[in-house]
Structure formats: C-alpha cells, structure tokens
Design a protein around this ligand. Sequence first.
Ligand SMILES: NC(=O)c1ccc[n+]([C@@H]2O[C@H](COP(=O)([O-])OP(=O)(O)OC[C@H]3O[C@@H](n4cnc5c(N)ncnc54)[C@H](OP(=O)(O)O)[C@@H]3O)[C@@H](O)[C@H]2O)c1
Length: 259
Amino acid sequence: MLLKEKYGVWALITGASAGIGEEFAKRFASENINLILVARREEKLNKLAAELKTKNDIEVVSAPVDLSEPNFIVKLQSYIGDREISILVNNAGFGYNGEFQKAELKNQIDMISVNCLAPTIITHNILQGMVNRKKGAIIFLGSLVGYQPTPFTTSYSATKAFNLFMGEGLWYELKKYNIDVLALNPGGTKTEFQKVANTSAGPYPRDVSQVVDTALKHLGKRMSVVDGFMNKVLSIIPRFITRRMTVLTAGKIRKTYFT
Ligand SMILES: NC(=O)c1ccc[n+]([C@@H]2O[C@H](COP(=O)([O-])OP(=O)(O)OC[C@H]3O[C@@H](n4cnc5c(N)ncnc54)[C@H](OP(=O)(O)O)[C@@H]3O)[C@@H](O)[C@H]2O)c1
C-alpha cells in the first residue's frame, strides 16, 4: 500500500536540509506526500522545497527552526498550523568526536536538546492527532552507536540509545492506535554528519538512499532496524560478550575514528 493511503498526506521531517532527512523528503515527495521541512538553514530548505514542488504535485512548507532553542515548539507550531501530520521523522541530530571533558558544554547541551528533547516534544505534540485519526507513522533516528556505550562519543551514543528506546517502547504502546513506530539505526553514512562531528564514516560507509530504503522497507513491520549487513552484525555482538568487553572493544575501535 502507498504511504499516502496508509498514513495520510502530510509528513514532517526534522533535519531536512541535508543528508538522511533530505533523502526522506525526496522519497516522500515522489509519493506525492506534502512536506513540512524543518532545519536551521532556510536557504537550503527553500531550495529543496522549490525543487520538490517542481518535480511533484505537492505542497511544501519550509520551517526554519532551531531545535536547540528552549521554546522552539511555539515557532514550529506556527508553521504546522492546522495541518494533520501523518508521518513524523525525528531525524535532526548531530554528534561529536573526542573526550567528553574536552567537549564544549554548550555544544553538549545543544546536542541533547536537538537529539533527545526535540523528538520528545514534537512527538508528544503531534501524537494526539494521530491517535484521534487512528493512523500514522513515527521514525526515530537511533544509530549503531546506540547499541552500546561508545567511548569518545559517549554522550552522543547515549542520545542515540534514547532514540532507540523511544522507538521500540512507543512501537508497543502505539500499536493499539494503529500507529507504526520505527527506530532506524544507521551505521556510518555519507552525509554532512562527519564534518559537523569531526569524525569519519568508518570502514563500511553507506549512502542515504540505502538508509531510507531500509527504513521504508521495515516501517510497519519491525520496531527497530539496523541499516546494512555489517552494521547489523556489529549491533548483535554485544549480546554475546560481557558489557565490560563491549565497552573495551567499542573504545578501541572508536580511537581509530579520530581524524
Ligand atoms: N551519518 C551518519 O553516519 C549517521 C549514523 C547514525 C545515525 N545518524 C543520525 O542520522 C540523523 C541525520 O544525520 P545526517 O547523517 O543526515 O547528518 P547531516 O547531514 O549533518 O544532517 C543533520 C540535519 O540536522 C539538522 N540540524 C542540526 N542541528 C539542528 C538544530 N539545532 N535545529 C534544527 N535542525 C538541526 C541539520 O540542518 P541545519 O544545519 O540546517 O540546521 C541537518 O538537516 C541524525 O540524528 C544522526 O544522529 C547519522
């Protein structure tokens, strides 16, 4: 069944100005789903909106909103208006690379705000409408590093574990309202993420199109998914060794990511 028929006509994507979020936007647009595109860089959102409107018969709203700001939801709500959001992709996020105590505290607080607080607030705001209509879809962006504490990106990995737990927990809670929830967990994927976090995409980099394929294939079928075969294997290893061994191994691997 087409996404539009199953869920409805409006999707809201956070972090739509680049990378995985931009790819979600293109994919939904090709299925004639109207879009609310959220990110800080207005000119990138406007350019993407214009491109998608030219190619597809859809409405697109650019919503330049900084999700790290305390009252961002008021501004975001003004762009949403009375539109019924049927697909929500909680995708905006960023990371860092290095020792926790050397990271700037403001950057850490912003990261936790964008990666954890924003998906919580936006989902809580939008969910009631989905519950009333008894349909909808929500995607949370976790990560391979959310499957175990990952030294040298410790707090980022904690934010991604948060999204993994949100996705899986809400998958169960919202089943009775016919709302599909998926925690999507990419490994290293070629986007602007690496530049922002000063890191590398690792030995098995994936394309955004592969990540979005994985998401759309498993939405409505699974509560969580890891993108890519090698990433899947890596995500399963912690089940067979001690937590101490998991952290020691993750720390050793992570050290090699310093650029
Ligand atoms: N790429 C990877 O290797 C990888 C692996 C695992 C998980 N992930 C997750 O995938 C998601 C998407 O990342 P990506 O790889 O596509 O990275 P990306 O290319 O850097 O895109 C990140 C998006 O988030 C937006 N964003 C960042 N800070 C924001 C803020 N304060 N307010 C509003 N929007 C903000 C950015 O837009 P503006 O700068 O315009 O605001 C951009 O659109 C993230 O949650 C990330 O944790 C990525």
